[in-house]
Design a protein around this ligand. Structure first.
Ligand code: NAG
Ligand code: NAG
Ligand code: NAG
Ligand code: NAG
Ligand code: CU
Length: 334
């Protein structure tokens, strides 16, 4: 009985995805100036990006680490930005691997550091407002997260009317490849400390706390239809703030879709579109990563025979499902 059990499982075990393959913000580029991230669980560096303890996901919508990432620590720098500045967030892992997931939304929030400068401010009291959210591309099945997997940055334009002061910018990937199960969602928040200049007077019409803004039962977090192409997706958290709208209007340059509804759930658009970061206006820089080599972890044979990394999460998901089925079969039928 026992040998049979082990023989039945060993080929499946070897197919399970590595638990180590997640990620962190390796660098942030603000209006062309690059700031390296703090490598998780290493000596802290001079960076505006708050250090996390591990590249593993934050699990559970009420986890305190939903604030700025796993056990996030204050960062040393507060770096300059302006209303309308473009911030690009690069995700990877400490070994240089690209982001491994392709299913789920990309969202960005700001929260004023209103009781101290951001290098001393505890984000658990921050009043966050959403400045960007993107989900599936216009084909209805590919998520923009696929672009992150391809090495693209998440590019976000700061609100053009935002008032001066220190802010945390919370860039978040939610990986939903296991979201058919309650509690399966993986949260990856990251906070960067910025000091906004200028003399605008805009204030957000609506704010939220982290944790607090999400619930594990939210339709965009526990989503039995996550693998249904074309299924509507409901972003979790508050709607995109009133402040974000003007900036989003300027962020649509490379969006062939030419859509223009900056508020609402479907297409605020200052983030990566069609595989091109909206901000690399002259074609150099980040865009050069568009043809990044295929990641060995993620190769997948498409029906036409070419290799694609799209669907990796679906493949992993199906492997897990067959793994569970194998266990069930061993226990119930052998
Ligand atoms: C913020 O405060 C909470 C609760 O006191 C604490 O657990 C957390 O470590 C603090 N975070 C930072 C970055 O200091
Ligand atoms: C804030 O503004 C956004 C964008 O216009 C809108 O969707 C949202 O409903 C507003 N919230 C409140 C509380 O008025
Ligand atoms: C975007 O749509 C507007 C209004 O329909 C149109 O005038 C404009 O030419 C379009 N721009 C592009 C780049 O397609
Ligand atoms: C284009 O990018 C290069 C390299 O980053 C930079 O030196 C140059 O000034 C940029 N040109 C424009 C027009 O932005
Ligand atoms: Cu992961």
């Amino acid at each position: 009985m026992l040998p049979h059990f082990i023989f039945a499982l060993s080929p499946l075990l070897s197919l399970l995805p590595s638990a180590a393959a997640h990620g962190y913000v390796t660098k942030v580029v603000i209006d062309g100036t690059t700031y390296s991230g703090n490598v998780p669980n290493a000596q802290p560096s001079n960076s505006p990006i708050r250090q996390i303890s591990d590249i593993s996901p934050v699990k559970g919508a009420d986890n305190p680490s939903l604030n700025c990432g796993l056990n996030a620590q204050l960062a040393a720098m507060v770096v300059p930005a302006n209303p309308g500045s473009v911030m690009e967030f690069y995700w990877g892992d400490p070994g240089g691997e690209l982001w491994p997931h392709n299913t789920g939304p990309l969202m960005t929030y700001m929260g004023a550091c209103d009781t101290s400068t951001c290098d001393k401010f505890n984000g658990s009291t921050a009043k966050w407002f959403k400045i960007d959210q993107i989900g599936r591309e216009s084909d209805g099945s590919t998520w923009y997260q696929q672009d992150v997997m391809n090495g693209q940055p998440i590019s976000v334009t700061l609100p053009t009317q935002v008032a001066p002061g220190d802010y945390l910018v919370r860039n978040e990937i939610i990986a939903l490849h296991l979201a058919e199960t309650l509690g399966g969602a993986e949260f990856y928040p990251s906070c960067t400390q910025i000091r906004v200049g200028g003399s605008q007077t805009g204030t957000p019409n609506q704010t939220a706390l982290f944790p607090g803004a999400y619930n594990d039962n939210d339709p965009g977090i526990f989503d039995p239809n996550i693998y249904t192409n074309g299924a509507p997706y409901t972003f979790p958290g508050p709607p995109v703030s009133n402040l974000a709208s003007p900036a989003d209007m300027t962020g649509q340059l490379s969006n062939n879709g030419n859509s223009s509804s900056p508020s609402g759930n479907s297409s605020p658009s200052s983030t990566t579109k069609n595989g091109k970061p909206t901000s690399s206006a002259n074609g150099s820089g980040p865009q050069a990563t568009a043809q990044a080599p295929l990641n060995r972890v993620c190769k997948l044979q498409k029906r036409d025979g070419s290799l694609s990394r799209r669907g990796t999460d679906i493949a992993a998901h199906k492997r897990r499902t067959s793994f569970m089925r194998a266990i069930r079969d061993v226990f119930f039928y052998s």
